[in-house]
Design a protein around this ligand. Sequence first.
Ligand SMILES: CC(C)(COP(=O)(O)OP(=O)(O)OC[C@H]1O[C@@H](n2cnc3c(N)ncnc32)[C@H](O)[C@@H]1OP(=O)(O)O)[C@@H](O)C(=O)NCCC(=O)NCCS
Length: 218
Amino acid sequence: MYLIDIAMLHELFRPKPSVVHLETENDTSMNNYELSCINGPNLALRLVQPEDAEYIHTLRSDIQYNAHLSAVQGTAGNQRKWIVDYKAREEVASEFYYVIERHDGVRCGVVRLYDITQDSFTWGSWILDHNKPRKAALESAYLLYDTAFTYLQLQKAVFQVRRENNRTLAFHQRFGAIQTHIDAKDIYFTYSREQFENSKVNFKLLLEFPDIETNATS
Ligand SMILES: CC(C)(COP(=O)(O)OP(=O)(O)OC[C@H]1O[C@@H](n2cnc3c(N)ncnc32)[C@H](O)[C@@H]1OP(=O)(O)O)[C@@H](O)C(=O)NCCC(=O)NCCS
């Protein structure tokens, strides 16, 4: 039997970017965004750096993880150059590529928020490796959605998953994503800020008390 203070949990799980200055919608000086490190109970999303190139190249070259991702091109050096080029997109807040890290500093995956428009975004390039703690998928998705909906004030996620990627499809269905259409290669989903807001407290509970049996999306 658990006695839970919901207000306390809310504060506990509020992601804490190191600096966040959101300007008005019309402001184009995107340098004001600084979402460099988003902290959760067991994980942090930390913006990728060129020094992560080797790790990412190894991860994306691993057949355990890359079956449903676009094929890795080139060397770790090419990956490094890709990160350097990506930093220009980060600067204008059109893309945020995060390394998923445990609080002891061990990297355990990556996730990318991209194609950011006035109200929508896509996410993907999501991998968790063998260093992931329990509920890492739930926590990294939660932190990514909270960043997009709460801090970037976006309204909906639109994303696609390969038709044969059963594990990832199951994750998104369980999370409450709504299937919109399907083509020969992919299944397309949407997930709204309203849905996230409605499920947030349950997600927080589940992350703080992983042994609790709760349906996080109800
Ligand atoms: C996609 C990927 C990151 C998902 O991670 P995962 O660990 O396989 O995800 P799972 O669905 O097994 O969920 C992990 C945990 O969260 C829990 N969880 C997931 N969704 C949940 C929900 N809605 N409510 C409650 N718990 C949930 C699971 O029970 C599990 O808990 P456990 O760690 O205590 O066993 C991972 O499978 C991966 O790296 N795949 C290869 C790359 C890939 O295909 N990426 C996707 C490209 S779009």
